[in-house]
Design a protein around this ligand. Structure first.
Ligand code: SF4
Length: 236
């Protein structure tokens, strides 16, 4: 067992030293953690999926970087893979917070129990809403995801933090009416910030997702109808 007294052991797969896109309105860096329980057909980062045991040394290197960015960067975003699968994530978040950084998290909500322990230390969350009740298990290649997602979403809506929900739309997974139903359900739940992302076929995990879309991207028109339901709705 790892001695967490010496620091969190996390499988750091990459670090983006500066981004203005991954935490809206903040200058942030992004720490990517290896391993994901899901198998989305459109995944562009299949190399991030296999789990790997982390070493304390990997997080220490991130902390050394953060020391050089105090006063320059405002926030650290933890991304993946699925960062909440890692038991030592909370400790890493606390250590980044102690250094004065805001904390952002990208998650698909697959581990609601661990998320509940993280929430008091989070400032902003980007929650991937992979699909509605009827699609999510097929889209993610894993069972029981709807319950996990709903549990995570309810916790995040009840928390004192900024939340953006986002849905990646691949033509194989959705028709326009299904995306619209999902967006309206999110708005009725109380989600105020939403983003729709049209999946690119290049480099998808599943070969069947690599075929070009036979339909034109419907998201810009759909967004016009949905925009009144949210404070912000972006199309990426
Ligand atoms: S796209 Fe899906 S499979 Fe790929 S890293 Fe994200 S959640 Fe995991």
């Amino acid at each position: 067992m790892t001695d967490v007294g010496s620091g969190p052991a996390l499988p750091v797969a990459g670090l983006t030293p500066l981004t203005t896109l991954d935490y809206p309105g903040r200058l942030a860096c992004v720490v990517f953690l290896q391993g994901c329980p899901l198998r989305c057909g459109y995944c562009h980062n299949p190399h991030m999926i296999p789990p790997r045991r982390g070493q304390v040394r990997e997080w220490r290197e991130v902390e050394s970087f953060l020391e050089t960015r105090r006063g320059l960067l405002e926030a650290v975003v933890f991304s993946g893979g699925e960062p909440t699968r890692h038991p030592h994530l909370l400790l890493a978040i606390q250590r980044a917070r102690e250094r004065g950084f805001g904390i952002g998290l990208h998650t698909a909500g697959s581990y609601p129990r661990r998320l509940s322990t993280l929430i008091p230390n989070l400032d902003w969350v980007g929650l991937d809403v992979k699909g509605g009740a009827a699609q999510i298990d097929r889209i993610t290649g894993r069972g029981r995801q709807w319950r996990q997602l709903c549990d995570s979403l309810d916790q995040l809506l009840a928390a004192d933090l900024a939340l953006e929900c986002r849905t990646t739309v691949h033509w194989r997974d959705f028709d326009e009416a299904t995306v619209e139903r999902l967006a309206r359900w999110l708005a009725a739940k109380g989600v105020r910030h939403y983003a729709l992302q049209w999946a690119r076929p290049q480099q998808c995990l599943s070969p069947s997702y690599q075929q070009p879309s036979p339909i034109a991207n419907p998201l810009p028109d759909l967004a016009k109808r949905l925009r009144p339901l949210f404070e912000t709705l972006s199309v990426r």
